[in-house]
Design a protein around this ligand. Structure first.
Ligand code: OGA
Ligand code: MN
Length: 295
């Protein structure tokens, strides 16, 4: 064993040391990384110096990459890289998505084949705040009382990209149209809507590799329970979110510069915690690995 693997919390998350991701990772090391990832769901690789090409090359080991369906916010010369930053241009306009991930979600759960995993790289980190949290959705499922497990057995839910279609989310009171631009609250164009039709996924999915059951719903993209009265469905979803987002189920990551974090979107949800002053710059780049139809 050449890599060091250190758990970061009880619930999930581990740090992997002893590997330089700027170079091709050997087959043996990659297998160790995969095993650590399946076990820990979120893995952190500290002190990596990655070019865009190297970030993409390592990500492609996990499968083909998605171009983020928003079409915006991706790097012009590297469409596989989604740019998350609060930087502004000379006119004071935000250059990319500045508040991505600020509601609990699983990346691309609104696609027919949601992402299997994401790889987020920290280029600039604020002094305070800007943490990310992940919740373990295997544990969330396991913790449900039996009657709730029985109730959701076989149920499906609708996932939608457009924030405005979500009955529980609206822009913060008083937010102007100008402020909404480049934020997650910006209305999706007809073109983006056409690219991201509503999809239906099982509320509980089985991980194709580990064979474990995981809760697969999230506040940001899961909007309705199929074949259920909307109020009843909303109350069921809120119950499930509460189980998912319990403190004991969460790993909170305090970012350092030049870290790559890989997570499994099939059995975890995550949240950008925010809470850093806008003068402090936070810049991250993400690749997103295409997944499979959840079953
Ligand atoms: C993401 C995401 C959270 C963050 O990159 O998919 O949700 O803290 N990021 O930047
Ligand atoms: Mn995300």
């Amino acid at each position: 064993m050449t890599l060091s693997i250190t758990k970061r919390s009880e619930a999930l998350g581990a740090e992997i040391g002893g590997v330089d991701l700027s170079r091709p990772v050997s087959k043996d090391d990659f297998e160790e990384i995969l095993a650590a990832w399946y076990e820990n769901i979120v893995v952190v690789f500290p002190d990596q110096n990655l070019t865009n090409e190297q970030h993409i090359a390592f990500s492609e080991r996990f499968g083909p990459l998605e171009v983020h369906p928003s079409g915006k916010y991706v790097l012009k010369d590297y469409p596989a890289l989604l740019l998350l930053t609060n930087k502004r241009d000379d006119q004071g306009k935000y250059v990319s998505l500045r508040d991505g991930g600020s509601v609990w979600h699983s990346d691309l759960s609104y696609m027919g084949e949601p992402s299997l995993g994401s790889l987020l790289y920290s280029l600039e980190v604020p002094e305070t705040g800007g943490d990310t949290e992940w919740a373990n959705m295997y544990l969330a499922y396991d913790a449900l009382p039996d009657d709730l497990k029985n109730r959701i057995d076989g149920l499906k839910a609708i996932h939608q990209f457009d924030q405005n279609d979500n009955p529980r989310l609206g822009p913060p009171p008083g937010m102007t149209a100008e402020e909404m631009k480049g934020s997650i609250w910006e209305k999706k164009s007809a073109e983006v809507k056409a690219r991201t039709p509503d999809v239906i996924h099982p509320i509980v999915r089985t991980h194709p590799v580990t064979g474990r059951k995981a809760l697969f719903v999230n506040r940001r993209f899961t909007t309705y329970v199929v074949d259920m009265d909307p109020d009843e469905g909303e109350s069921l979803l809120l119950d499930l979110f509460e189980y998912a987002e319990r403190r004991e189920n969460i790993y909170r990551h305090k970012w350092r510069k030049n870290e790559l974090v890989l997570w499994d979107n099939r059995c975890t949800i995550h949240l950008a915690c925010g809470g850093f002053p806008d003068e402090q710059i936070r810049t991250m780049q993400r690749t997103t690995v295409r997944g499979e139809v959840p079953v």
